[in-house]
Design a protein around this ligand. Structure first.
Ligand SMILES: [Zn+2]
Ligand SMILES: [Zn+2]
Length: 84
């Protein structure tokens, strides 16, 4: 089964709140994008294995978000949707 991230694919906006101040977090991109140049989906899966998060088996897309109030980065796990 293939899965895709609804946020990376523009289906929905990130709706996570900052755990400190409950402000809406701003999505600044995929965690995988912080590991070198843009790469095809296949290689994103490979990159996921090395980033220290168990997101490949859980089918989650790790997003780096930013709270503008706390001036703090938060890593948010986004549940991916099944696609057939
Ligand atoms: Zn994503
Ligand atoms: Zn905050």
């Amino acid at each position: 089964m293939k899965t895709l991230c609804p946020i990376c694919n523009g289906f929905t906006a990130l709706a996570s709140l900052c755990p400190n101040c409950s402000l809406q977090l701003q999505d600044t991109g995929r965690l995988a994008d912080y590991y070198g140049d843009y790469s095809p989906y296949r290689e994103i899966d490979d990159a996921k294995k090395d980033n220290g998060y168990p997101d490949l088996s859980l089918r989650q897309c790790m997003h780096v978000t930013w709270c503008s109030l706390c001036q703090m980065e938060q890593i948010v796990a986004v549940d991916e949707w099944a696609s057939y």
